[in-house]
Design a protein around this ligand. Sequence first.
Ligand code: SF4
Length: 225
Amino acid sequence: MGHTIQRECTRCGTCCAKGGPALHREDLSRLEKGAFGRKDLMTFRRGELVRDQISGELMPLEQEIVKLRGRDTNTWTCRFLNIVDHLCFIYNDRPVECRALDCWNPEEISAMYDKDRITRMDVVGDESGVAELIRVHEEKCGYAQLERHSAAFDADPAAREAFAEAVRFDMAFRAVVCEKAGIPAEELEFYFGRTLADTAHMFGLKVTVTEEGPVVERENASAAA
Ligand code: SF4
């Protein structure tokens, strides 16, 4: 019995369930016309560990990417996938990666997926007020310096404190920009990426929020004690 060779999308929804696409320059016009908004976006910052779309391997990002978010915090499934019939809510305005992705023939997506990706600055503009907030946040919470703090975390109390200080800053900063700068809470992960409390596990660390503030420790610290 011969195998059927797939030549077209069968609307199984598998691609969309693996996560929303990263956005490219061509997608800016779709953002501008309102096919999706900033609340639908999530930034993965430079140095953040992400799974490479093609190789499937976890690797740190050399350059930040902006993606369509998942449906909620428990799943990466693209928020525009109708999980009942596996159709796309924004099909006519779907991003360029979705157009290039033929799961039975990955050549087109392999050739374009890491080219012309947009960053936050492409969306907000380099000179805007929020661009300055993004720069301040990167200066305090950039992954390159967190990597250095985490490498010395076990041996150096100053490195532990520096990591904890970045986590405290990240939490406080998000609260302040919502309250004082009027940034909607649902847009925070576009402007400032995932919280350090969420991404500390990249460094083998975990953050526990207590009444006294966040506590940062090795993920296996309790088990080892
Ligand atoms: S935008 Fe549409 S086609 Fe693209 S991943 Fe989301 S649901 Fe799938």
